[in-house]
Every structure is written in C-alpha cells, then in structure tokens.
Design a binder for this molecule. Structure first.
Ligand code: ZN
Length: 716
C-alpha cells in the first residue's frame, strides 16, 4: 500500500510472520518433542555459545533442535516467573518489574534465531517447527499476563510509582509492564475478562477471514487475451511474463491478473483503455461483489468489536486505545497532522491532475481522466519530463562500492568502523559478518549482511536482531544485528549493479541497523528498535535523505567500467524525479489515513453501508468521480487484517519526522559530527526508554513540523 512496503524492521515483521503461522495452526506434536528431548544435552541452542561474541552457532543448529530447546527455555521462563509471583517479600521494582524483564531471556534468544532463519534461510521443516512453536510461545505469554498474583505485585509497585526514585528508563519499564497487563484485561472482573477473551478470539478469526477473502478474490481473477493487437504499449518483459502464465495454464496468448507484478505495469503501459478499465475495476472491487468472499459484513463486525473491546478497557474508541502507546498521543494529534499535510497536498494534486489531463489531450485523448487513465498518462509524461531510467544509473552503483559508501557514511557521521570477521559463524556462505567498532575502538555490535535472493529467503528487505542489547551486573551485552536484502545478483560478466531504489533500500535498512548497533539501554525490552510503531521509521528514513546528495554519491558512485564519477546532471534528474506527482501521492496516503481514522474513532455501533461511509470519510481527498463498483475498505488489509488499524497515519508521520530531523543536517552540514552525535545520543541510543516526543525534542529543539517535508517534496 505504501510504496516501501516490506521494509519494516524485524518487530513488525515478526508480528506478520506470526499471523501467517497461526493461519496454519496445528497441534504440537508432543511425541516429536519428547523423542528429541533425550538429546537435549547435546542441543547447541541450550548451551553457552562458544563463538566470537557468543554469536549464534548457526552451522551446529539443526531444525530438530528448536522444539526441544524452546520447551526447555519455556520451562525455565515459567520457573523464573513463578519465583517472582511466589516471592514472600513485599513487591519492589527490583524483585518484580526488573525481575520480570530479566525473565525468559533464553526463550527470546532461541526465538530470535528461529524467526531470523524463517525469513532468511527457511525450509519446510523449519516452517513446520515455527507453526508448532507459535502456540507454545503464545501460551507462555498469556500465562504471564493472565496470572492474577503476578499482576497484583506489578500493580502494587505501579501505584506507588511517584514515591519510588526511579530513573526515566525505569519509569518507562514500570509503565509498560503495568499497561502490558492492563491492556490484556488484568484489571477487569472475571465476567469482563471472559468477555475480553471472547472479543479477542472473535477478532482474530475475523481479521484472518478478511485477509483470506482478499487473497481468494485476488487469486480468482484473471484476464486472458489471445489477440496481441490489444496489448500494444506493453514492454516485451511484461508480455513474456503474461505469456508464461498463460502457458502454465495450457493456453495460447497472455494472461494478466491483479497481483502487483501483473497489475502495475499493465496500468502503466497498456494502450487499450477498455482493458485498463476492466483490470482496474477487478482490482478495486475485491471482496465487494457479494458472494462468499465479500468483506462488508466482516468490516461491520470488526469495527464494532474493536470499539467494544476498547470500551471494555475504558477507552471511548479503538483509536484512543491504540494511540495510548504511540508518539501521536491522541486523535487530535493525528487529525492535525493529516489536515496540515492535506492543506498543502490538495492544491498541488489538483495542479498535477490538470497537467496530466493537458498532456493526455495533447496526445489525442478526449474526455475525462479516470483512475484507469492516471498511471498510463503519468508514466508517459514522466518519461518525457525526466528521461531517466534504472539502466542509466545502475553502472554507478556496483554493490561493493555501495557498501563502502554506506559504511563510509556511518564512519563520517559517527566515527564507527566495520571489520569483517570470518570466524563468526553464518547460516549461509553469502552472509558476511562484521564487527562494528566505536570511534574510541570499543566493540559495539555484530552486523550480518545478506544481500542476494535465493530460494528459502522471503522477498523484500528487512533488519532484524539475533540478540538484543541490555546491561546487567555492570556488563553491557552488545547486540547482533542483521540486514537482509534481495538485490540484483552479479552475473558471469557483470558485478552486482544496484538500482537507485535498491541503494535507498540499503540506506533504509542500514538506518534501522544503526538504531540497533548504538542501543544503550539497561533493559532489553526498551532497547534499539523497541519503540512505538509510529517512531520506528525515523532512524531508517532519515538515511535515505543522503541518497540524493551529490557530496555523498561522489564518495562511491563511480562507473564500474570507466571509473567516471556520477555526472551532476544525473543526480539532479534523480532529485527532480523524486518529487514527481508528490501532491497526488501525498493526497493518496492522506485519503487512507482519513479513512482509517473514520473507521476507528467510531463511538457508536456501525450498521450502515460500507461504500457510503467510505465516500463520506475521504471525500475531500478524492480527485476522480465516484466509481460505484470500487471500494477500498473491503480490501484494506493494513486496517482489517494487519496491525495498522488507527495507525495508517504513521507512514506520513515518519516522513514528517525524517524530513524535519534531516533539515538540521541541512542547516549545520550534511556530515556534521555534532548533529550526528546529538542524533545518536538523543534518538538512536535511547531506544524506547522515554516517550519519543521527549527524545525528539531533545534532538531537534522543537516538536516536529511538516514544513521540512512540504519543502523537500516541493509542496511549499
Ligand atoms: Zn523501515
């Protein structure tokens, strides 16, 4: 939905993979655990890791080690929590809150390794293991949050929080721990608790159903064309892919569908307007056509149950419940953000629409520009305006040079250095492990890099942790971070040459990695990227700003054959093209943000028509006439099948934050050590130890303002 989907750090990713796993939930096969249990002695996951920096001993870890190790670790964790609950001493911060935080370490270590491998180097057996492990871990977590004795101890500490002299980080830990219980219903009466559980169960069924319906509708549609004359405009590669799909179904001709790789190029390049319209309507009417996979009733149920759940916990709407743990603390914050951006984006989008319409007219089009015309003419105008494509840039972005450039940027900003250490074990020979050292020579972290696609690696790019950072008994236990990509591979004749967007992706994930590498918290649950969902993209997105800076590119963007540095004209083109249709793209994201907030600020049960509600909620953001067959809500998985309910605005907030934060570098020097040090000390090192607004203001000196973003994208 967002242009950069799939680039979230591992926390979000883990949530998502759990959803996938739960879909195929099966009973834990106890026998298989027991049979391997006898060998627990020799299980490498359970012993101390005798490797450099106690990194995971990947080559020794076999699939069958995970389940017995996890059940052993769960047993240990349960003993740890039991001894906290059974403690005869009066509850204190140390013997309850801190003790809880320190419990379950072995489990989270093994879990990180399992889910890290599930995304980067998986196989059927490992998938099966994760499916069996997930309910075990969910049960472990529930047994903690639903334990009334434990909760009474937590609450006893929480109510006297003002009298305890706690550090800011300890206060955050106390509040998070208490809210962790309360938001799972710990303060409710027994009857209410029962209701709470029912609502949660029902909601998880409905959200799962929602996603499956959209998937079914996507997979059920295809458009088969047997006359090539109807497919003019489409590039050869797109036609080849469509022909391959047709062939796989034993047909002559070309088959298109509404998955992204087929849909997007068709809408951009196909000259045939009727076919574009047909495909657009198929795409936009998913789960909105009646029948078994219609999502309208599911939406009614989901928004009403979410509201009921929030009410039960004492909030007036689901948005209020969600925003309690966000940088945007309430719905006014969110609406102010959306409105500020709307004011600037709408007029710009109108102008862009006029420009596209004029261009279309010039090429012989008559009539009104409709949504199925937009991408087509926008793409043609873009080619005419910028004369820029991937092939022109790729020769300047040889992977090994880009690595030097990105690592070099961190050295220039923060003084850190990267030293490969082949002694550190890896899970695949393409993975390169580095030791990261601080400017004073002290060890900071292990960083694994894993760049190319292969079977067993999921698509997209992400950052993750095999071990987080914490401090205990005077020792700072440093993190093990990984960045995983799916970049163009080298060939026999050519080194790996990246597209510009791959360079941006590298910087993005590397920004998440720095958040992990510099982590400097006492408690693991507040360390590194463990921050609110709407704050986590600041450290990553800010890095992308350097990608279009000539001073940065000049360090490494050198033609792999001629050795020529990237021409200034080309850099200017990249910059100009970045802002193409900025108003329209911004307005589109805002329309989703308004729609999301409308659904999740409901305070009365919703019984109306989905389409009508949607049109009302976002009408001021719409550039095209209403299309009766189209509905966004019924296919909006972010809101109704994923974790972005009352959170879609985060995409825009992240942009506001990264532009506003980067403007300080712009003012004081793109490579200013002072600004970088302040960013490191106030944001990156702090993780989730304090409220993000406090951290941000310490760095920037004021609350984030949309000005820098509007300026950067040419909207102001
Ligand atoms: Zn990200």
């Amino acid at each position: 939905m967002q242009i950069k989907t799939g680039f979230e750090p591992v926390k979000n990713y883990l949530m998502r993979s759990n959803i996938i796993i739960i879909r195929k939930l099966k009973f834990v096969s106890l026998l298989s655990i027991l049979s391997v249990m006898v060998h627990a002695q020799s299980n490498p996951l359970l012993g101390e890791f005798k490797t450099p920096h106690t990194t995971a001993p990947f080559p020794e870890i076999k699939n069958e080690h995970f389940l017995p190790a996890l059940s052993e670790a769960i047993k240990t964790g349960e003993q740890e929590t039991a001894s906290i609950a059974d403690n005869k001493e009066k509850p204190t911060f140390e013997n309850t809150i801190e003790a809880l935080e320190r419990s379950g370490k072995m489990l989270s270590r093994i879990r990180s390794i399992l889910f890290g491998l599930i995304s980067a180097e998986t196989n059927d057996e490992l998938q099966q293991t994760a499916q069996e492990a997930t309910p075990m871990m969910v049960k472990y977590q529930n047994d903690i949050t639903l334990n009334p004795v434990l909760f009474q101890r937590v609450k006893a500490v929480y109510v006297q929080r003002d009298k305890l002299s706690l550090s800011a980080e300890q206060q955050t830990l106390l509040k998070n721990t208490y809210l962790g219980f309360v938001r799972q219903g710990a303060n409710l009466s027994d009857a209410e608790k029962e209701k709470f559980r029912e609502l949660k169960t029902e909601l998880s069924k409905l959200t799962l159903q929602f996603g499956e319906n959209v998937l079914k509708e996507t997979n059920n549609y295809e458009m088969h064309i047997s006359d090539k004359n109807r497919l003019t405009g489409l590039p050869e590669s797109v036609l080849e892919a469509a022909a391959a799909v047709a062939k796989s179904k034993n047909r002559e001709g070309w088959t298109f569908d509404i998955t992204m790789p087929s849909y997007l190029p068709f809408m951009k390049f196909a000259d045939n307007r009727d076919l574009r319209r047909e495909l657009y309507l198929a795409y936009m009417s998913k789960s909105f056509q009646g029948g078994a996979y219609d999502n309208r009733e599911n939406i009614r149920k989901i928004v009403n149950l979410r509201m009921e759940l929030a009410n039960l916990l004492g909030y007036s709407s689901y948005a209020d419940y969600v925003l309690e743990q966000r940088m945007a603390t309430n719905r006014d914050d969110v609406y102010n953000l959306l409105e500020d951006l709307y004011t600037a984006s709408y007029p710009a989008a109108l102008k862009e629409k006029e420009e596209i319409a004029n261009y279309a007219k010039k090429t012989g089009f008559s009539g009104e520009i409709m949504p199925w015309d937009w991408s087509y003419y926008a793409e043609k105008l873009k080619e005419e305006k910028f004369d820029l494509n991937d092939e022109m840039l790729k020769p300047y972005f040889e992977l090994s040079k880009v690595i030097d450039g990105v690592f070099g940027l961190a050295t220039r900003l923060y003084g850190v250095t990267f030293k490969p250490n082949p002694e550190i074990p890896v899970y695949h020979k393409e993975v390169i492990p580095y030791e990261v050292y601080d400017a004073d020579g002290s060890f900071l972290a292990v960083l694994y890099t894993d760049f190319h696609p292969r079977p067993g690696k999921r698509g997209g790019a992400w950052m993750g942790e095999y071990k987080s950072q914490w401090k205990e008994n005077g020792t700072d236990s440093r993190p093990h971070i990984t960045i995983v990509m799916n970049f163009t591979k080298p060939t026999e004749t050519k080194p790996a040459l990246l597209t510009f967007s791959e360079v941006e992706t590298f910087l993005h994930e590397f920004g998440h990695a720095l958040h992990g590498i510099f982590a400097n918290s006492t408690y693991s649950s507040l360390s590194g990227t463990s921050v609110y969902q709407d704050f986590v993209e600041l450290p990553s997105q800010i890095m992308e700003n350097w990608a279009v800076e000539k001073d940065f590119l000049d360090q490494f963007a050198i033609h792999y054959k001629t050795g020529e540095p990237i021409p200034a004209g080309l850099v200017k083109k990249i910059k100009d093209a970045e802002n193409y249709l900025a108003g329209y793209l911004s307005l589109r994201q805002l329309s989703f943000g308004f729609l999301d907030m409308a659904w999740h600020t409901l305070e009365q049960p919703f019984k109306g028509e989905i389409k009508e509600f949607e049109e009302e909620a976002w009408k001021k953001t719409q550039l095209f006439p209403i299309i009766d067959e189209a509905c966004m809500s019924t296919q909006f998985g972010h809101l109704f099948a994923g974790g972005y309910g009352a959170g879609y605005y985060s995409y825009k907030l992240a942009e506001v934050l990264d532009a506003d934060a980067f403007s300080l570098f712009r003012e004081q020097g793109l490579f200013s050590r002072e600004v970088a040090t302040s960013f490191r000390e106030n944001i990156l090192e702090k993780g989730g130890t304090e409220h993000p607004m406090i951290l941000y203001k310490r760095f920037r000196g004021h609350e984030p303002s949309a000005d820098a973003l509007l300026k950067r994208s040419g909207l102001k």
